[in-house]
Every structure is written in structure tokens, then in C-alpha cells.
Design a binder for this molecule. Structure first.
Ligand SMILES: *Cc1c(COP(=O)(O)O)cnc(C)c1O
Length: 426
């Protein structure tokens, strides 16, 4: 154990940062400044920072449009006709899938709807969807509306698993719910990382349990993609959806992602179709009959927003260069340091909600401020005032997500000192 005084020293943080093999990646991002002060930015779980290279990729598209107009679809390496395919292999690597299992398209919620059209097929005997209580509202709205769309009733057919008193589920609660409701479940839709608490789940184990009960399994990976090393293909999940503006640094409202397992590549399940999902080889024969492209590409609706995809290229290049194993190793070090700082000097102010076991969390720690909402808001405002940016979740939680691509031990020390200064504890 490193003693408290050492943990809170500049030398300790500086030495850890100097020894970091990924230290060079920070300068590949724009770090936000407010009133000239560089932020200690811990909100990469909400909006990831802009890769410096993103602008060049966007400008390439603008230039191509200006110079070549419609011919831009067909000319050069980054022609628009095959632009989304430039991303496939790198994106697949980030989520542990085969390139034909992933596609960048639409937004997260739109993709969740499209996936549910194919993979939520309720019957009178099996109408139900299992989700976590306190799910992200958009997911809940989407699921409820799908249940109603099929003529079923969310009051009985949306089953919400309650967490324990500590707000966490553990695999035990998932297993218990599946054992109880399994015979009625059409679909289990579970988060890779729960957005409020930062609790991470063993995807393979959830798939094993749900498939064992005869249900289809989908994952919302909004807080897991680009955060944890995922093995989506091996997990055997039926589908997954995620966004690219959080840990994947592709800008506000960025084009999202979807995964469809290879075993569904040529499924005859129903789907909502569009021309971009049609077999690419014959798409421009413009025939009346829809023949889907095998794999995840077959769920595309429209020709993709190339300007929206451009920043994702810049981001994925960084993920490829750094590699998920190295990113995860650094992420564990950073989050472990944050945890140690809190344990050593801030535990009279903050309780850690997120599991202590690194295998059950990603980058984020959710911190409950002792003393209730007013006190919590006051601390949050203080931190923001000194350029330390986390995010606030009602009623009393501050989420801090050190991101291994651009955060440092020095950032975390800044956070800890700001909390200590506010509380007068040090
Ligand atoms: C961020 C997030 C969303 C956002 O949905 P959009 O369709 O991208 O606006 C949805 N679900 C979860 C769990 C999220 O964390």
C-alpha cells in the first residue's frame, strides 16, 4: 500500500504519468479550456474529446464534395460508396466481432428499434422483455413502445430486475430473474456497463443464462464500447447497439453502431428494410424486391451520412494504434488510482457506488456525496468552478470517468485535491 501522503504528491502522479506507455495519445486530442483554464475532463463517458485528426477527415469530405460533387461517390480510397466499409475492420476489433457483424449507422435508439423489429418477436406465451430497473430512459421508452406496438402490455410484459440496496445487480440478480421469468421471456436486453453505477457485466454469462431459458439476448453497449475489451462474437449475443460519441470520441450525435451475430447473417427474420441494406452487388439495378446483404450491413436503411462518419475514422485510428489491451491496462491503473485517492483521503466526503472488483467495472467511478443532494450539488459546482469536470446524476452522484486515451494521474490528483480543499479535510 502506498501511503496517503505519497498518493497525494505531485511526484507520485508525475512518475506514474511518465511511466505510461500511452502518454503520447493525450496530445492527439483537443483538451477543452474554459476561461483559459485547461479542464481536468472526466466526462468522456458522456461526450468524448475531439481527436485532432477529426477535422482533417471532415475537411476531406467537404473538399471532395466541393471538387468532385457526385463523382465523390466513386473516386479514390475514401469514396463515399464504400466509406462505411473503411471503418468495419477497426470497429470490429474494438468490440470483438467479425467485420461483417458490425455496422456504423443511425443513432443508438434508432438501432435499438431496428434490432428489436428483428429480434423481439413476442408471442402470447412469451411476450416479455427483461431489463434492469433504472435503465437509461431512451432504452426504456423504446422497449415499452415496442411492447405496445406488438399489442402487449408493459405493465406485465416489461420485467425490470431490481438492484440490491447498494444499487448493484451482480450476475446473481440477473440469474435469479431469468430463473423466475425465463419461460415468459422473448428478449433479455442488458447493459454492458450500467450508466448510473458503472457496474460492468459478464456478457457471455448473461447470454448463457438467457439462451438457456429460450430467450434472445441483446446488449446496450453505450457505456461499454471503447471502454472495456469486448468479445461480442464469442459472447454469442444475438445483437448489440452502442453510440460513438462517448468513449469512441466521434462527436455530438455521432453515427452509432450495431452488431448482429454471424449466425443471423442470412436470417429470414422480419426487418425494416431500406435500399442501403440491399445486396450491394445488385443495389443499383434498382429492382423492386429487397434482397438483404448478408451480415449487419443488411440492416442499413439509407446511404450513410459521410460527414458524420468522418470523425469516427480519426477515432478508430487511435484505438487501432493504442490497442484495447493497453487501453484497458491503463484504464485499470487510472481508476485504481482514483479509488486509492478516495480511500486515502476523501472517504468522509465520497462513497464509491461502483464495484471495487476491477472485473466488474470500466473506467467510471460513480461517487455518492455524503450529506445529501444540496451538499452534492455544492461540491459538483465547486469542482466545475476550478475546471474539474465530472457529471451529475440525481439525486447525489458525481460520475468521474478517467479515459485512458487522454486522462492522466495528474488530472485525478487535481480532482482529489479540489474535493479535499472543498471539504476542508486536508
Ligand atoms: C447514451 C445512451 C443512450 C443515448 O441514446 P441516443 O439514441 O444516442 O441518443 C441510450 N442508451 C444508453 C444506455 C446510453 O448510455
Amino acid at each position: 500500500m502506498t501511503d496517503s501522503q505519497t498518493l497525494f504528491s505531485d511526484d507520485h502522479a508525475a512518475a506514474a504519468d511518465a511511466a505510461d506507455p500511452l502518454r503520447g495519445f493525450r496530445e492527439r486530442f483537443h483538451l477543452p479550456r474554459i476561461d483559459g483554464v485547461e479542464q481536468a475532463y472526466f466526462v468522456g463517458n458522456s461526450l468524448g474529446l475531439q481527436p485532432r485528426q477529426a477535422r482533417a477527415h471532415v475537411e476531406d469530405v467537404l473538399d471532395k464534395w466541393a471538387m468532385e460533387a457526385v463523382e465523390g461517390h466513386f473516386r479514390g480510397n475514401s469514396q463515399w460508396m464504400t466509406y462505411h466499409a473503411l471503418l468495419g475492420a477497426q470497429l470490429a476489433e474494438v468490440v470483438g466481432a467479425e467485420p461483417t457483424e458490425v455496422v456504423a449507422m443511425n443513432s443508438l435508439t434508432a438501432n435499438l428499434h431496428l434490432m428489436m423489429v428483428s429480434f423481439y418477436r413476442p408471442t402470447a406465451a412469451r411476450p416479455a422483455v427483461l431489463i434492469e430497473a433504472g435503465a437509461f430512459p431512451s432504452d426504456r421508452y423504446a422497449i415499452e413502445s415496442q411492447i405496445r406496438f406488438h399489442g402487449f402490455d408493459p405493465a406485465t410484459d416489461l420485467i425490470e430486475v431490481a438492484p440490491g440496496d447498494d444499487g448493484l445487480f451482480g450476475i446473481e440478480r440477473v440469474a435469479e430473474a431469468i430463473a423466475t421469468h425465463g419461460h415468459r421471456l422473448a428478449l433479455v436486453l442488458w447493459p454492458g456497463v450500467q450508466y448510473r453505477t458503472g457496474e460492468a457485466f459478464d456478457l457471455s454469462e448473461i447470454v448463457r443464462l438467457a439462451h438457456g431459458a429460450g430467450a434472445v439476448v441483446g446488449f446496450d453497449l453505450a457505456h461499454a464500447a471503447g471502454n472495456l475489451p469486448l468479445r461480442l462474437h464469442d459472447s454469442d449475443a444475438d445483437f448489440a447497439v452502442w453510440c460513438h460519441y462517448k468513449y469512441l470520441n466521434s462527436g455530438p450525435g455521432a453515427v452509432a453502431g450495431a452488431f448482429v451475430h454471424a449466425r443471423h447473417a442470412t436470417t429470414d427474420r422480419p426487418r425494416f428494410a431500406g435500399w442501403w441494406g440491399h445486396d450491394a452487388a445488385t443495389r443499383f439495378q434498382m429492382g423492386p424486391r429487397f434482397e438483404p446483404t448478408p451480415g449487419a450491413d443488411g440492416w442499413q436503411l439509407s446511404n450513410p451520412p459521410i460527414l458524420g462518419l468522418a470523425p469516427l475514422r480519426a477515432s478508430l485510428d487511435l484505438f487501432t494504434e493504442a490497442g484495447m489491451p493497453a487501453l484497458r491496462a491503463k484504464s485499470e491503473r487510472l481508476t485504481g488510482y482514483l479509488e486509492a485517492l478516495i480511500g486515502a483521503g476523501l472517504s468522509d466526503v465520497l462513497d464509491i457506488v461502483t464495484p471495487a472488483d476491477p472485473a466488474r467495472r470500466g473506467a467510471q467511478l460513480s461517487l455518492r456525496v455524503r450529506g445529501g443532494r444540496e451538499r452534492g450539488r455544492a461540491l459538483f459546482e465547486h469542482l466545475a468552478g476550478v475546471g474539474v469536470l465530472g457529471d451529475w446524476r440525481e439525486p447525489d452522484v458525481i460520475r468521474i470517468s478517467p479515459v485512458p486515451l487522454y486522462n492522466t494521474h495528474a488530472d485525478l490528483l487535481r480532482f482529489a485535491r479540489a474535493v479535499a480543499q472543498w471539504s476542508g479535510a486536508r
